[in-house]
Structures are given as C-alpha cells and as structure tokens.
Design a protein around this ligand. Structure first.
Ligand code: HEC
Length: 252
C-alpha cells in the first residue's frame, strides 16, 4: 500500500513539473569540466567566455555583482585587469564642487551596466528586461545546461505558433517564446587560441564563464569536500584500530 502511494505521488509530482515547465524541452545535458566531485573550471574556456560576454551579452545584460578585480580568478594578471577596467567609463563623485564626473573604471569598480536603470533596459528591448547575468546559472533550474540551451535553442517557429514583433521561437524557453534575438552566430567573435568559432563553442564558453560568476568558490568547495571525506576515512580507520586494541583483552 505504501509503495502504491509513493508511485501515485511520484507520478503526480512529475506531471506537475511537466505542466509548470510549459512546452520547453529539457535542456541538453552537457559534459562540463566543473561537474562531479573533482570538477574544476577550464581557465581557457573562462577567458573565452568572458570575451563572449564582453563583446556580445554585455550590450544588454549587466552583471552587477561582479567587479573587474574578480577577473584575476580567470587567470588574468593585475595589469591585464587594470587595462580591461580602464576600457570603461564610470560616473563618480560628487567632487569638491558638488559635480558628478566621469573617470575610467578601476579594478575595484563593479562591471559597468549597459543601462542607467531598468526602465531604460526595457525600453531598449521591446519591453522585456534582460536579466542580470551575475547569478543566472543559479537562478534557473539546471542552470548551466539551461543557459547553454537558450543560446543554441533557436528554431523556426512551427506554423501554428504566432509570434509578435521582437519575439523569437526557442525550444528551451518556457512557453517557447523569448524576447531576445539570437545573440550568437558562427564566426562573430575572433578567438586567439584557435578554438572553434561556432555558436555551440561560444555558448559553452560563455556558460562556463557565467557558472564561474555565480559560483566563484566552486573549486575550493569541491576540494574541501574531498579533504573532509579523506579525513573521515582515515579517522574511521584509526578509531577502528583503537577500538580493537581497547577490547583486545576482554574475554568473551
Ligand atoms: C540585444 C540585447 C541582448 C543581447 C545582446 C543578449 N541578450 Fe540575453 N536577453 C535579452 C532580453 C531582452 C532577454 C529577456 C527575454 C524574455 O524575457 O523573453 C534575455 C534573456 C536571456 C536569457 C534567459 C533568461 C531567463 O529569464 O530565463 C539568458 C540565459 C540570456 N539572455 C543570456 C544571454 C547571453 C549569454 C548573451 C550573450 C551571448 C545574451 N543573452 C545576449 C537581451 C539580450
């Protein structure tokens, strides 16, 4: 009986989930270097992913929780980070005369947001707000695969699906309709390390960069987990030996 209830529950929850997800397909399950207990980021992919974000996504998506100095995690030197920051102009102030002024960004500044406020962001995007990318891979279920899926999931809309101006068909978006034009196409970003310049490769790299942005401590966390498990194994061994020794003389 209990087993039966369990089955009913699982089927019911499963159905619920299927409905909640709309018509969206389950995103492709990618083989990421950062998955699994020994997972690590690939520095090359992170740097290329930053390049994709910088040259394409940052035109519409801010990353308000990141500062330029965080980019040293990706393997950039302090001087390289200074140079990257200095490409942007930020507003600072007020100065002694009470005026706000512009200056080049410094490593301690947050990533520059493409829009001054949400209203401007919506106005520029047909009323749709491009979400902040700092935590997107954590904010969505199966976030890395989902983000990758959105970037490669554009298709010709089926005949019965009506799209309004500024809407696109994407098989991994809930409801299959997204207000973001396909941001990537083959060859739009030049990679210096000879990596393929394809939509799939760009999508993989920028996704890894976004996972790093949301979980910069992932590698340390995993290493700590392994150390804890090793410690527990050794500790159990010692305790077992101690127990044997203490009880050795006790007669049955
Ligand atoms: C021209 C502006 C523009 C560019 C460039 C752009 N996006 Fe978007 N993006 C949007 C808008 C607008 C939305 C909101 C779409 C919606 O709600 O239907 C969006 C939505 C998304 C979503 C879905 C978020 C969700 O709510 O589930 C992801 C993921 C995403 N963008 C990632 C990217 C990445 C990665 C890049 C760079 C490769 C990029 N975008 C480039 C405008 C843009």
């Amino acid at each position: 009986m209990r087993f039966f209830i369990l089955i009913v529950l699982v089927v019911f929850l499963g159905m619920n989930y299927a409905f909640a997800a709309g018509d969206a397909e389950k995103p492709p399950q990618m083989d990421w270097s950062f998955s699994g207990p020994f997972g690590t980021y690939d520095r090359g992919a992170l740097q290329r992913g930053f390049q994709v974000y910088k040259q394409v996504c940052s035109a519409c998506h801010g990353m308000d929780l990141k500062s330029y100095r965080n980019l040293t995690d990706l393997g950039f030197s302090e001087d390289e980070v200074k140079a990257i920051a200095a490409e942007y102009t930020v507003i600072d102030g007020p100065n002694d005369e009470g005026e706000m002024f512009e200056r080049p960004a410094r490593p301690s500044d947050r990533f520059k947001n493409p829009y001054p406020n949400e209203e401007a962001a919506k106005y520029a995007n047909n009323g749709a707000l491009p979400p902040d990318m700092s935590l997107i891979t954590k904010a969505r279920k199966d976030g890395a695969n989902y983000t990758y899926g959105i970037l490669v999931g554009y298709e010709e809309a089926p005949a019965e699906k009506e799209l309004m101006a500024g809407q696109y068909y994407n098989k991994y978006m809930a409801g299959n309709v997204i207000a973001m034009a396909p941001p990537l196409s083959d060859g739009i970003i030049g990679y210096e390390d000879g990596t393929d310049e394809t939509v799939e490769q760009y999508a993989k790299d920028v996704t890894q960069f976004l996972v790093w942005a949301a979980e910069p401590e992932l590698e340390e966390r995993k290493q700590m987990g392994i150390k804890v498990i090793l410690f527990l194994l050794v500790f159990s061994g010692i305790m077992y030996a101690v127990k044997k020794k203490i009880w050795a003389d006790v007669k049955h």
